[in-house]
Design a binder for this molecule. Structure first.
Ligand code: SF4
Length: 685
């Protein structure tokens, strides 16, 4: 039998055969080398941290050894991506291509969150007339009925309904709280249980970071056991771990849970308990008492969150850390008093519901009541962890999330994310591959390895690193343009300068430019100033959040022949516009995270605990990686060309600017005056 490495060699050396299945395939030494390094790590129980620039073909480079390893050695491999788009691409393009090219049969299963699947129990209750439907819900059910009866996967992605109808999807979707688990009578038909059974048999499981991290939170009871893990788009794995490994106590979720059990207005009462009262009048007294307790809990939830509203966020911010000194202030102490009342009242509700559940044992309602008890118990546990345990811990931060200016969630998050990943994830693995197009800062992996919690593995010499720059001709096809006369980013003239630069671009009457902001507020201000000019010169302007959600503005931009697209956050890394779909990126500022953002705050605390400087060891390298991500939007294919215009002159005026210059894949630096930009832009179209 051929060894895995010799199979990899002969696979990639057979360019003509691969190109029959994969469009525009070209043999690349870097891809072969990366594939061999992945195989080496699987064989020797080692880790690999790899940066593979755009165009290397990193997905195929890890998928092939993963398939060979799982088929030949019988080890399941889990592959996790950050974006749904990449997860989809692997399942719909790369896996079918490998299935055609390889002589081996293998099973690859896509694992997504349960909310993507139809819950057959919910669907049957609706079909059996056991649920009252609104007009919109009736319309939605009518639209999915034929699909629901025929589908084998129950996956919502098979539906191509308009967004207005899909808003009703949660009404029939599986969810943790309503699932009857062992009490469900439709376990044979359940799509989610089918997925779990498929995952047990799978050679490869293709999942996303969100589900992978939820599995860690749920003590590994979502995914089957695995020892080999590949994390693609690994550059943001620490950020996502920070979010997903947090405890959350949400105003909306709490009220929704309580009100779905019982709520009342002056004229009528509603909720699940009312339904039970109608069916079992003998339990009216018990239900009445429970209703009073729920009323009290709703009022206390409102008090807790309105008290928290006294902590106001910074201008334009959507989250705020409660500093340890603020935890002793009267505002927070009053919050804690309300919380304690809420917690003891909440436990009484759970007691009452358990009593009712016992009385209805064996009846249809037992399953649903059990789900409510579980849901309330989880709410109580999350609140307890945040308000009673985590506030006393120095390795966690407490922070508030705002929606429409009001506190929507209170969260507690880890400061040492890497330590938790080490304990809950890496320790369980034989081999780990972390790969992305942007991991290094000035060609060094130290920053990534430290922040992700792999320092110990590095000290044990268990980590291999691999750096493969993009094969695309960046020097010939792209330039990084600086304009020294632009005012500094904190000057009151800066927004006018941004507009002047954008005006130069609009007046060319050609090309498509992406303008990347670091602040939503600044984006709105600039959009307001520039919109009339865009209208006057028939240059469509698409502004994220203002002209629609990311997908909507992106589609509008793709369809236009000459346009400006303005975006923040996700646009720095989440878009892939090949060829003439993008000719220019205007980067307004270097992408430093605000130090007050909870993730930055936690990372800074982490540096302090290690006696490191937060700017040097977190803010700067983090911004350098995001800068590379932003630049990476420009050149997506061999023939792509264009320019990046950076309006933040700290890159030349500050000593740390060289970190960005040294990390940039574009080495061709050009300096122009404002008036010369138009000509430069035209020369790159
Ligand atoms: S097991 Fe849970 S998700 Fe599956 S059909 Fe039953 S209630 Fe729905």
């Amino acid at each position: 039998m051929k060894s895995i490495t010799s199979e990899i060699d002969s696979f990639f050396n057979n360019e003509s055969q691969i190109s029959q299945v994969i469009d525009n395939y070209h043999f690349r030494e870097e891809q072969l080398d990366l594939a061999n390094q992945v195989a080496h790590c699987f064989i020797n129980d080692e880790y690999l941290v790899a940066e593979a620039g755009t165009g290397i073909g990193k997905t195929l480079a890890y998928l092939l050894p993963a398939v060979l390893w799982s088929v030949k050695e019988g080890h399941r491999v889990v592959i996790s991506t950050r974006t749904k788009a990449l997860q989809q691409q692997i399942i719909e393009k790369d896996i079918p291509a490998l299935q055609k090219l390889l002589a081996y049969k293998f099973l690859a299963v896509e694992a997504k969150g349960r909310e993507n699947y139809l819950c057959w129990n919910k669907y049957m209750s609706i079909m059996g007339g056991r649920k009252a439907l609104s007009e919109e819900e009736q319309e939605f059910i009518a639209a999915i009925m034929v699909w629901a009866e025929k589908t084998k996967s129950g996956d919502r992605k098979e539906l191509s309904l308009p967004g207005s109808l899909m808003k009703q999807w949660p009404f029939v979707a599986a969810d943790r709280h309503s699932c009857r688990k062992d009490l469900c009578r439709y376990q044979d038909k359940c799509f989610r249980l089918h997925l779990i059974r498929q995952m047990e048999k799978a050679h490869l499981i293709i999942t996303n970071h969100a589900l992978l991290l939820s599995d860690l939170m749920a003590e590994n009871n979502i995914l089957p056991e695995y020892k080999y893990l590949i994390i693609d788009e690994a550059h943001s794995f620490d950020r996502e771990s920070f979010d997903k490994l947090s405890c959350r106590f949400s105003y909306d979720d709490t009220l929704m849970a309580l009100e779905s059990l019982y709520s009342h207005s002056a004229r009528y009462e509603k909720g699940y308990l009312q339904l039970i009262k109608g069916r079992y009048p003998e339990w009216t007294a018990l239900i009445f008492e429970t209703g009073l307790l729920i009323d009290k809990s709703i009022a206390l939830t409102q008090k807790i969150f309105s008290q928290l509203n006294r902590f106001s966020p910074g201008e334009g911010e959507y989250a705020r850390v409660i500093k340890s000194t603020e935890l002793d202030e009267p505002e927070f102490l009053t919050t804690l008093e309300y919380y304690r009342d809420w917690q003891s009242n909440h436990n009484l509700i759970i007691k009452q519901l358990n009593k009712l559940k016992e009385e209805l044992s064996g009846k249809d309602e037992e399953g649903e009541l059990a789900s409510y008890v579980r849901l309330l118990y989880e709410l109580s546990e999350q609140a307890f962890l945040i308000m009673e345990e985590d506030i006393n811990l120095t390795d966690r931060i407490i922070w508030l999330e705002y929606s429409h200016g009001q506190v929507s969630t209170i969260c507690s998050s880890l400061v040492k994310i890497g330590d938790t990943l080490q304990e809950k994830l890496y320790q369980q693995l034989d081999s780990l591959i972390m790969v992305s197009a942007t991991l290094t800062v000035e060609e060094q992996f130290d920053y990534f390895i430290n922040k992700i919690g792999l320092t110990e593995a590095m000290q044990d010499s268990r980590i291999n690193t691999c750096l493969k720059p993009s094969p695309f001709a960046y020097d010939d096809n792209a330039c990084l343009c600086l304009i020294p006369e632009i005012s500094s980013t904190d000057s009151y003239k800066f927004n006018n300068d941004i507009c002047e630069i954008l005006t130069n671009i609009i007046l060319t009457g050609q090309g498509k430019s992406l303008v990347l902001f670091t602040s939503r507020k600044q984006m709105q201000q600039v959009a307001q100033l520039i919109r009339p000019l865009c209208q006057q010169y028939a240059c469509p302007l698409f502004v994220q959040y203002e002209d629609g959600e990311s997908g909507t503005v992106l589609n509008g931009f793709i369809e236009a022949s000459h346009a400006l697209l303005m975006g923040v956050d996700t646009f720095w890394e989440g878009i892939d516009l090949k060829g003439n779909l993008l000719n220019c990126i205007v980067m307004v500022k270097l992408p430093f995270r605000p130090p007050s953002e909870p993730f930055s705050y936690a990372s800074d605390l982490f540096c302090q605990l290690k006696r490191q400087n937060g700017f040097k060891h977190f803010l700067l390298p983090d911004a350098a990686v995001r800068f590379k991500q932003g630049i990476g939007r420009l050149i997506r294919g061999e023939a792509d060309r264009g320019l990046v215009v950076l309006l933040d002159n700290r890159i030349i005026n500050m000593p740390y600017g060289k970190v960005f210059i040294n990390s940039s894949p574009i080495k061709n630096l050009v300096t122009v005056n404002k008036g010369e930009l138009q000509e430069l832009y035209l020369s790159w179209l």
